[in-house]
Ligand binder design. Structure first.
Ligand SMILES: *Cc1c(COP(=O)(O)O)cnc(C)c1O
Length: 366
């Protein structure tokens, strides 16, 4: 089986973890600090604040925005549920603007139309490893005085006009096991704003600046040095990992571009894609539907994934939630029924990629 995601830790990771174990410092310590410094450099920001997972990163980024009851966060409906759960956990109201079919990210024109007098935060999601259209979204946020929180959980190292995902507003990253960089569970918040960074650090540690001096009602959002030990060696080889993903994406493109009924993912001009996912979009009138394609790939030993099967609000627990505003997002709804991600990860061999191409070509025949 060629899996949709695959990780393997090298001896460098084993050594780093062992070093941490032997150091006696296993909770937040010097390795977390080093990871923060290296990650800030990757994103191109002054501050990176490590937390225990990507959902926490989003919650913390929203909690330092001084949101009041009734304040709205405008985001994408085509995302992992953590985006929505974080908005609700932070006490805000969620509203959704539709996505574009080409980059799967917030459509700035729809977002502009859905800003209300209660909107406080614009929360684009950089889905699949490619940023949203920040050249349109940043001026929109500025025009309405909105804070920008970026869900960059899938976009470590992606850029827009040379600027890193997570450097436009407050960036939120995940190091979950399936992400491009992983600490098993972990997250990072990035910002250029000294005050926000300071508040995040205090919030993360029980609201405590010095021992037993509490400045705010805080939490325990800390990452451990054991977790950071997994990521530190990965940081060193990350450019090569992304390059391998890019090569795989290019090969998949070359091998699948003429298949009838399939739309391939594209790297938009000015954006560097880090290929967290390679996501096919089946045309409405494609010879087979998405679920058939997925089933046929499974038969041939090719893993695939549906990210995501429905608009994120389209579940009873959210439709009935008093702080979720339900408005139509027809593109997201349609894309959710037609998308399928196929393996693009860095551990694929050339022959794996050839097998994937052959399997998809075969499976797309009626
Ligand atoms: C993975 C992910 C998250 C949540 O990160 P966790 O580390 O799993 O909590 C949030 N948003 C998106 C888009 C993700 O892919």
């Amino acid at each position: 089986m060629i899996a949709i995601s695959s990780i393997s830790f090298g001896e460098d990771v084993e050594r780093e973890v062992l070093d941490t174990l032997r150091s006696g410092i296993v909770a937040q310590g010097p390795k977390v600090k080093r990871l923060e410094e290296e990650f800030a450099a990757l994103v191109g920001v002054r501050h990176a604040v490590a937390v225990n997972n990507g959902t926490t990163a989003l919650i913390a980024a929203l909690q330092v925005q001084d949101l009041q009851p009734g304040d709205e966060v405008l985001t994408s409906p085509f995302t992992f549920v953590a985006t929505l759960n974080a908005i609700l956990e932070a006490g805000a109201t969620a509203r959704f603007a539709d996505i574009g079919e080409t980059d799967f990210n917030l459509d700035p024109a729809v977002a502009a139309a859905r800003v209300t007098d209660r909107t406080r935060v614009l929360l684009p999601v950089h889905l699949y490893g490619q940023t949203a259209d920040m050249a349109s979204l940043m001026p929109l946020a500025a025009e309405h005085g909105l804070s920008v929180v970026e869900d960059a959980a899938q976009a470590h190292g992606a850029t827009f006009d040379g600027r890193g995902a997570g450097s436009f507003g407050v960036g939120c990253f995940s190091f979950y096991a399936t992400k491009n960089l992983t600490t098993a569970e972990g997250g990072m918040v990035t910002t250029d704003d000294d005050t926000i960074a300071d508040r995040l650090r205090v919030l993360r540690n029980q609201g405590m600046r010095e021992r037993y001096v509490y400045e705010m009602a805080g939490q325990n959002y800390r990452m451990t040095d054991l977790q950071a030990s997994l990521a530190l060696p990965q940081m060193a080889s990350y450019p090569q990992q992304v390059e391998a993903r890019r090569r795989n994406a290019e090969a998949l493109h070359a091998g699948l571009k003429d298949v009838a009924g399939l739309r391939l993912p594209s790297e938009m001009t000015g954006r560097e894609h880090v290929w967290h996912q390679f996501t096919l979009l089946l045309d409405e009138d494609a010879p087979v539907d998405r679920d058939t394609l997925a089933a046929r790939l499974t038969e041939k030993g090719i893993g695939s994934g549906i990210y995501y099967p429905k608009a994120v609000y389209d579940y009873a627990c959210y439709r009935e939630h008093p702080r979720v505003v339900i408005e139509d997002t027809p593109v997201a709804t349609s894309v959710a029924a037609r998308c399928l991600s196929i393996p693009v990860h860095a551990r694929l061999s050339e022959s794996d990629v050839e097998q994937i191409i052959a399997a998809v070509r075969g499976a797309m025949e009626a």
